[in-house]
Design a protein around this ligand. Sequence first.
Ligand SMILES: [Zn+2]
Ligand SMILES: [Zn+2]
Length: 334
Amino acid sequence: MFRTCAFCNAPFDGDGGPSGLGVGRRLAFDEWRGRLWVVCSKCSRWNLTPLDDRLERIEVVARAARDAGRVVAATEQVALIRWERYDFVRVGKPLRVELATWRYGERLRTRQRERMKVVVPLTVVAVGLGIAANVAAGGGLGVFVWNLHRLVDQAYIGIVGNRKVVLAEPPICAHCGSLMQLRARHVQHARVVPDSHAEVAVVLSCPKCRREGAHLTGSDAVQVLRQGLTYLNVTRSGRRKAEDAARVVDQVGGPDRLLHDVARRELTLRSLRPERRLALEMAVDERAEVEELERQWREAEEIAEIADGTLSTSEQLEEEMRRLKRKIGDQPSG
Ligand SMILES: [Zn+2]
Ligand SMILES: [Zn+2]
């Protein structure tokens, strides 16, 4: 079995878990077509495993996924399943998709780590500056320390809010005609709206004229939502516990229903209740991840079709050659 990625040469992480491959932490499988891939953790490309004993391995992985895995998110074709420390990506139409517990806690911890990366250095700088200023002014240190937390907090929120929203093509405002240069904080005035042609659609307010000036769908809408919600959810009022958000999703009946529900009400992101906002952010995140997986799968399946197809053809050819040789050998010489 290969140990490194065929696309980027990076060594695979993980030990393959139940697959017995000995490598891989994220494995993708298709029971119907008989495909098994190791997904590279570095470049995310899908490495098709050797054909030999693939079907057995798929069987074992599929069973682990079915019996003990949690479906984290799913599209029509792709489901992301967590099992112990492995990720299984099941492709092809599953028998039944169950949306189980979400990884809320995990998401929030990641965010907390990201926050600390900014907050700690900021605090160090602020403490230095503050002590110098306080000493110069002859003020007490207590008041300063009390304010420090708030100060750094605001600085962090400012940084997140100021992040550019990166879109392939920046939208142009339908009212004032200006190119919308969006920052994350501008998105708080956006609204999720129903759209008969798209899963996710967003109406944006123009940062210049402040009127609703653009309508985004698909991956652009998702990108805008993710950044806007991240900003809103780091603000003081936005900080809510993961469990509250989980309950919200359960109550409406899953992340897709939540998205539809929010779209139906057409409220601005800012006016959503904090736990709902957090739930929406997570729903959008999971969606984006599983959509990306679906894209990767389509690409990997194209390669697999060629690789496996060629293999079976050449095997057939060899078999045919052997048969012909035997035939020739059987013929009496002379
Ligand atoms: Zn790779
Ligand atoms: Zn405008």
